[in-house]
Design a protein around this ligand. Structure first.
Ligand code: AMP
Ligand code: MG
Length: 427
């Protein structure tokens, strides 16, 4: 069996310009290959499962709809009664409402007034919409050329009894809540929430509520990380700012590994950083330090801290606020989804649109510039936000997407199509 470290320590021949570095795609692949869904589930009332992940298939206990019923307001007829080329006069036998059907069998030569959702009366097979008939108090004239079975919703056409209505691994969105309710099911079994611990490292960092001293900055990464994790539906464990001291960092890692399934740190992974953090990560687990061919977010650590019960996946993100968000969206989000048990993992929506601003870009790395998707004359386009420095969080706030400029691409001229990644999912 290959050790985790062997699996992690691959360089990437697909990037000949810098074989020491890993492409974004390769790094994502390695991470997704290694992580596996956590065990554990709980049974919850349907509404409490919004944003959770099904731990077992939901099997349909019945046909939905339960009976053949009408898709329109009109008249239920026996198709065999209708003259193919001329009008047909049918006697009106009664009415079928939604929830209160027509009782008995409709004899030949007769029809039933039917409302949308009304059960198709026995003896009839076709619905003729009310707009095309001529009706008197006791008879209805049907024009020719009606198709057999038209305007009829079949029993089980939405969900068939005995078949899985939803599969294990499905992320529960509003549509799934409704679907489960349509089966009359009040409780479902979902994966337990994923526990994710995070902390920031850096002696220059100050937490909110404490006045800034000379040279200090407020810790913003714990807030963006909190937000991104909460949106994913994780249980967050905020371990605060951890001083750049070996004892403090070791204690934080040990606590995180004992309590969480995954740990996210920010800062301390670049080569120039206080080396003991990297040292500690290797000492406490199996961790690889990657140079990823991307910008922002070149240095990143990935691996496992601790062992057995007290272990957790580690995502050591760079310290820069924009790099934290970009690496989270590119590597951490999908990995956490897989750990949560979502199957298939749902990547952020991506599409190509023309870029109206020129973009500077050097071949040999994938760049993630902050962009604003907007509509002009009915067409979607993207423009870059202003300054693109990896510390400029306001560029992230202004943006609604990332412009992904592929590894080998160079400068982008206005009007060229670019790949954009929406930062909001569709859930
Ligand atoms: P590092 O990766 O630790 O060298 O940090 C790179 C840059 O990001 C430095 O300017 C840090 O001050 C800044 N930075 C690191 N951590 C945070 C944080 N938690 N909140 C805001 N800025 C940070
Ligand atoms: Mg630092």
């Amino acid at each position: 069996m290959t050790s985790l470290l062997q699996a992690l320590s691959c360089t990437d021949p697909s990037n000949p310009g810098d074989p020491e570095s890993l492409s974004v795609e390769r790094a994502r692949e390695i991470i997704l290959d290694l992580v596996a869904p956590v065990a554990g589930s709980e049974r919850l009332p349907v509404r409490d499962t919004l944003g959770r992940v099904l731990a077992e298939d939901v099997i349909s206990t019945m046909n939905v709809p339960g009976h053949d019923n009408s898709a329109m307001d009109g008249y239920a007829v026996r198709h065999a009664d209708l003259a193919p080329e001329g009008e047909t006069v049918l006697k009106l036998a009664g009415t079928a409402f939604a929830g209160r059907g027509f009782e008995g069998k409709v004899p030949p030569g007769q029809c039933v007034r039917i409302m949308t959702g009304g059960v198709i009366p026995e003896g009839t097979d076709t619905v003729v919409i009310q707009e095309v008939v001529k009706a008197t108090a006791d008879a209805v004239t049907i024009p020719p050329k009606q198709r057999q079975g038209q305007n009829v919703r079949r029993a089980g056409e939405d969900l068939r009894e005995g078949a899985p209505a939803l599969r294990e691994g499905k992320l529960i969105r509003p549509a799934e809540l409704g679907l489960i309710a349509s089966l009359g099911i009040g409780e479902v079994t979902v994966k337990r929430r994923l526990r994710v611990a995070f902390f920031s490292t850096g002696d220059e960092l100050c937490s909110i509520g404490t006045p800034l001293r000379e040279g200090e900055v407020y810790d913003s990464n714990r807030y963006t990380i909190f937000g991104m994790l909460t949106r994913l539906g994780c249980e967050v464990i905020d371990l605060g700012v951890v001083r750049d001291s070996p004892e403090a960092i070791e204690a934080a890692f040990k606590e995180a590994a004992a309590r969480a399934d995954a740990i996210i740190t920010s800062g301390g992974v670049s080569v120039g950083e206080a080396d003991f953090i990297r040292g500690l990560m290797t000492q406490l687990g199996e961790v690889a330090f990657w140079k990823i061919a991307m910008r922002p977010g070149r240095p990143m650590a990935f691996g496992k801290i601790g062992s057995g019960e007290n272990s957790a996946w580690l995502f050591g993100l760079p310290g820069n606020p924009v790099a934290v968000m970009v690496t989270f969206y590119e590597f951490v989000r999908d990995a956490l989804q897989k750990l949560m048990g979502i199957s298939p993992v749902e990547p952020l929506p991506q599409f190509r649109v023309p870029c109206v601003t020129p973009l500077k870009k050097r071949p040999g790395r994938t760049e993630f510039q902050r962009g604003v998707l907007f509509r002009e004359n009915g067409e979607w386009k993207v423009r870059a936000t202003g300054a693109q420095g990896s510390g400029i969080l306001s560029s992230m706030s202004e943006a609604n997407c990332l412009i992904v400029i592929e590894l080998e691409r160079g400068n982008i001229e206005p009007g060229e199509p670019v790949l954009v990644q929406s930062m909001e999912g569709l859930a």
